[in-house]
Ligand binder design. Structure first.
Ligand SMILES: [Zn+2]
Length: 272
């Protein structure tokens, strides 16, 4: 179950399923003032000064109880690779040079907050627990439609299993664009068909009368998690559409329709 919290003005969601500390930030709170990023923009290069983005990071970090200087979040490229990071990587992408790109992370180390940025794309936070319920490792992925189709969430499960053996995997799927708003062309559906197979396409895409398709990215990620052996009871999903609630979330689609794509970006973060 997802719960909304407001702390020092910063609004974020968390899943009661995960034991690890984590947060799916909204745009609520923060000091960004430009009309389209107003609130808690957590990405460089969207019109805010770097100092404003870092101030937003500190506000979020203070609200959720993590060290802002240690949050890792590299520039994202809609890839499918999940990087294994350690405490030596802490801070990369925000307070230290990125030196690379990344859409997914896994760590065994404590106090290494993994951050993924999104504005409609699917943020997924995961943890691996041993038989006694102790968290062994955490992971975070940014799954846009390309990352989703390419199976980045499956790669995160593989990375956790590679390091933790036959641990139980738990996953929380944050707020993202819903099937109500994720309209795509046949080319996109064909790519899902090629990469994920017919069963997922039939279950997750609906053809509209105008020839367009509507896709359910949460359901695709859920089915991919099943295929990777994750029990459905170990998967939680916010079920909130970012595009339908532009007051609460930054949304790529909403911004593209209403203000030339100008928008901020949210951060989801998990740490052991
Ligand atoms: Zn919607």
């Amino acid at each position: 179950m997802f719960t909304y919290v407001k702390s020092n003005g910063v609004g974020y969601y968390y899943s009661t399923l995960l034991k690890s500390m984590h947060a799916f930030a909204t745009r609520k709170g923060g000091v960004s003032e430009s009309p389209y990023t107003s609130g808690l923009n957590l990405a460089f290069g969207r019109g805010d000064d770097e100092m404003v983005v870092l101030q937003n990071l500190r506000l979020l970090a203070s609200a959720v109880g993590v060290d802002a200087e240690r949050v890792i979040s590299l520039p994202q490229v809609h890839g499918t690779e999940v990087l294994t990071v350690t405490s030596a990587d802490a801070g990369r992408g925000y307070t230290k040079p990125a030196n690379g790109t990344g859409d997914g992370y896994m760590t065994l180390d404590k106090g290494v907050p993994l951050g993924v940025k999104s504005a409609d794309c699917v943020p997924v936070l995961l943890e691996a627990r041993d038989a006694d319920g102790r968290v062994l490792a955490v992971a975070a992925v940014h799954a846009g439609w390309r990352g989703t189709a390419g199976g980045i969430v499956v790669n995160a499960v593989k990375a956790l299993r590679h390091s933790c053996g036959d641990a139980e995997i738990y996953a929380a799927i944050g707020p993202c664009i819903g099937a109500c708003c994720f309209e795509v062309d046949k080319d996109c559906v064909d790519e899902f068909d090629r990469l994920c197979g017919r069963e997922i396409v039939d279950a997750c895409f609906i053809r509209a009368q105008n020839g367009k398709y509507y896709g359910d990215l949460v359901k695709v990620n859920r089915m991919l998690l099943h295929s990777a052996g994750v029990d459905d009871a170990h998967i939680d999903a916010a079920g909130i559409c970012t595009c339908c609630h532009p007051d609460r979330f930054f949304s790529h689609r909403y911004a593209a329709k209403h203000h030339d794509g100008k928008r901020g970006t949210m951060l989801s973060v998990i740490w052991k």
